[in-house]
Ligand binder design. Structure first.
Ligand code: SF4
Length: 451
């Protein structure tokens, strides 16, 4: 049963010291209750209280970490059935499969595409997360060699080791150091071996069930052996069955608090479809419906990019607009006589405006003011894009050192602010830009710095 913020507060030391980066114990307790902060962030609570609160406030889908140090992939931690109820927490991991049965060229191609297929969007780097290394021939030496190759060639990849032999996976896991892999392949028959290997290596375990009932039996066995960090595969190998099992597992965990299914799922579009396009479509269904990890047979830009965008959309917080960082963005290599344009940090605005400037080929400085993700007019109406705030941002942004002229182009919708801005920035000429971003290229091409 989840604890309320007040119940958690009663167990805190109430120093109100702010060392947890939250100003008061009450605010911290509320965040812990809402699953937005970890109780361990307060350095003053005893281990006993940590365990008590940690268990009670744990999300129904356990949070599991794969990797370590800078290269950490987190899965699970989900608290709701539907995105609009709160938000989904940890984006589905996208993995590419390499096996010991593949020739060197096939492996090298996949690893090269893992490293190179990366896209920056809304200030976020979109890319695959994991490499799944399969022991296809039950051969420890070749699995260890392939694991070493992946570690070396893909320095930021998190690893999944797949196979039936826990001993082989454990030997390969030892090569991974702090990049603790997921050891996938625990069945009823080998669960004891996987439990031992996972405890020795400190790695999470992937359950390989034949169906939902079998999966439950295996997780119960591993839980009884003292393991906590599990990822589950119900054995479904059709898109219909995988979809249904993912929904069933999420519902059982979130609505019925059924612990044996309270884990992120690992799914295998690579074993569900032969055709790359179909495989990608299967993956898109499973990303939308609760997969913790999807394992793909290969990565290609035309199929990976849509999956990355889908994932980005599903795992954004529906209650918060997407934002870009407040900053000065140089576009087309601007110099000291380039125009200076300002707008808000609503990501859609940023991408439309920056795209138009880029397309105009006019070297420009784009100033992005933090408006908490609100669009220009909404931010102005909400008091987050006022003349005083723009002036303050201009002074601290460093733009005054980057340009010789003193002319600022503001969005056409903020024309009424011109006078106020001239008072706040007396050295600057305020020019009213177009209302629509689509008119910016023509405007910028005509623009000349004022004397
Ligand atoms: Fe309270 Fe602990 Fe946070 Fe200090 S660190 S404010 S004691 S919760």
């Amino acid at each position: 049963m989840a604890l309320t913020g007040i119940q958690i507060l009663k167990m805190l030391p109430k120093k109100n010291c702010g060392e947890c980066n939250i100003p008061t114990c009450l605010a911290f307790a509320m965040k812990v209750a809402a699953g937005q902060a970890e109780i361990a962030e307060c350095p003053y609570v005893s281990d006993e209280v940590k365990e008590q609160i940690g268990e009670a406030s744990a999300p129904p889908i356990r949070t599991v970490k794969i990797g370590g140090g800078e290269h950490l992939f987190t899965t699970g931690g989900e608290t709701c059935q539907y995105r609009h109820e709160k938000r989904f927490e940890n984006p589905t991991g996208i993995a590419v499969l390499v096996t010991t049965a593949m020739d060197d060229a096939a492996v090298a191609g996949r690893l090269e595409r893992f490293n190179s297929l990366r896209y920056e969007r809304v200030g976020v780097m979109l890319k695959a997360d994991l490499v799944a290394v399969k022991d296809a021939n039950n051969d420890q030496a070749s699995l260890v060699a392939l694991t070493k190759k992946v570690l070396e060639k893909c320095p930021d990849a998190k690893l999944i080791l797949l196979g039936d032999s826990a001993a082989n996976l454990a030997a390969a896991a030892k090569e991974c150091g702090e990049r603790k892999p997921l050891l996938y392949g625990a069945t009823m028959a080998n669960a004891d071996d996987f439990a031992k290997a996972a405890q020795d290596c400190g790695c999470p375990v992937g359950v390989k069930g034949k169906n939902v009932d079998d999966t439950v039996e295996i997780t119960e066995k591993l839980l009884a052996a003292g393991l906590k960090d599990l990822v589950i595969d119900t054995g479904a190998r059709t898109v219909k069955a995988a979809f249904e099992d993912n929904v069933l597992a999420r519902r059982a965990a979130v609505k019925s608090k059924f612990k044996p299914l309270g884990f992120a799922t690992i799914t295998f579009p690579c074993e569900i479809a032969d055709d790359p396009l179909l495989e990608s479509m299967v993956a898109s269904v499973l990303i939308a419906k609760y997969a913790g990890i999807v394992v793909l047979s290969d990565l290609q830009g035309e199929t990976l990019f849509p999956l990355l965008l889908e994932r980005l959309n599903i795992f954004t917080d529906p209650q918060r607009p997407m934002v870009v960082q407040e900053d000065v963005y140089p576009i087309n290599g601007p110099g000291e006589n380039a125009p200076v344009v300002i707008t808000c940090n609503f990501s859609l605005t940023y991408f439309i405006v920056s795209g138009e400037i880029e397309g105009s080929k006019v070297p420009s400085w784009l100033l992005i003011k933090d408006t908490e993700g609100l669009s220009v007019l909404t931010a102005w109406a909400a008091g987050k894009f006022g003349a005083d705030m723009i002036a303050q941002f201009m002074k601290k942004s460093g733009i005054m050192d980057k340009v010789k002229h003193r002319e600022l182009i503001i969005p056409g919708y903020l024309a009424s602010m011109k006078g106020e801005l001239e008072e706040e920035l007396p050295e600057w000429k305020i020019t009213i830009g177009p209302r629509e971003a689509g008119h910016l290229p023509a405007f910028l091409k005509e623009w000349k710095p004022s004397a």
